[in-house]
Write a protein of this length. Sequence first.
Length: 550
Amino acid sequence: MRSSTDTLRFAFQPVVNLTTGGIAGMEVLVRPETGDLLAEARRDPELDGRLAVLAVRAAARKETLLPLHINVFAGTLADLGGLTPLHRAVREVGRLPWEVTIDIGPPYTHVPRRALLEAVSELRAQGFRICADGVGDGDVPLRLLTDLAPDLVKLDASLLERPAAMRAMQTLCEQLGALLSVEGVETEEQCATARAAGAQLAQGELFAPATRVPAADVYVPARPPGLATTPPSGPWVREFVRPAALLPDSASADQVRALLTGSPDVSGVVLVDRDGVPVRSVHRSRFLLSMSGRYGHALYADRPAAKLGDVPRTVGVDATAWEVLDVVAVGDADRTSDDVAVVDRRGRCVGVVRLADLVRALAETRVEEAAGLNPLTRLPGSDAITGEVDRRIAEGRTFALSWLDVDHFKEVNDGAGFAAGDELIRSVGRTLQWAASGHTRVGHIGGDDFLVLTDLEGLEQLAAAVLNVPWAAGGRAVTLSLATVLCEPGSVTDHRQAAAFLAPLKKAAKSLHGTSWVLSQAGLGEYEILRGTPVTAVQADHTAAESPGH
């Protein structure tokens, strides 16, 4: 008797990295020639489990080394648990579980929540990565989504028309440490919107259709100038992760040679232990050079490849591009071209980053920043600061936005000369930069006005560094005014509203005598005087000093 899977075919659709333009993985899709097999699988967990096993074996026949995305219904996991047959099939075809992402799809209605979470926990223990699929077009409860704590969230492209929903999902992914992907992308406009919304991955007809042979190339539209939304410490590593060529640390040199010679695009191999933790890093050129010597193959072919590898350079998925450069800078100069392994919170290798990708992105970032620098202080202007304010609001972060200026600066220029005034502005800018730490951003918005964006823990130190200085210009004593608004999550909607709350604080600080600092919370309507004296109090002191008996 013929089975419903006898005429089954599979198609492969790339998951692309929107930053590097490379293929980050390959989703294996069921393509039955007759009948509605997927509807049957939704009702029959055993059938759905078999389809997942067949998908893995189909990918092995196509000899793709890319990470795989295998679809499984949520109800299947709740019913079958940890999918032991799938785990066995992955091992049998020579793949490692951490090279496979389980795309958990809807429906979730009536799926036992506890059983589903237990199954996901078991899959994680086996080494599989977890993706919440069909979000935005399915019925996944928000509470369950957070409990799943997926490594990847796939959004339906229809959400791109709902900016508020995209911002919310981007913030949630940031909090969960998950990557954000958009599926069903068909137009360049949708691709640009996905990028602007912070998505790192995407798939759809625009990049490459689903085909029976895994695509080797994809079309990814160029990123428009100025679109990059990079944090102050540089782009995040997760934006540049490429699939890693992984082999067990017991692999022989001949196994590594076969992988490299059969895959010319692979720049190196990461040898991992049974838990997926990088043990050795094998560089393509150095390895093949050793093997191609007069006696190289005879000497090394049957020996462990680890003998020809190096200690791996690793960074966490939450690292920035600058932190990767710090890792690369340490050690032998001949290893600067080595891939850097990216590891998750469990230390498992989830991919690699290439130095060339990072250098190119950092160079583009610096060019864009340089165009907006103030020529006097070489500090960025207001656009860089307000853009970062909007990013922190979208991420649900608490921050402090401060405005600083020199009191009576026109009188300083008139009395001491513009050269002395310029030097004073440069000195204030240098002090702010020197005192900045962590994710503090300092901007010079023109004249004697500065904007400072910082986390709460860095605020007091920065204020003391600039307010405790006895400033002077041309021998004339100078005072500064500082106004700060504290913004909790939900207290402001964008940088314009934050600036509106800051404006009256600026006026209040300027009304005080001497170096001043006023602080308030967004929307509170009241402020606290941390430095400075009200003018009325100063006048009262003068009157008391001049009265008889004093």
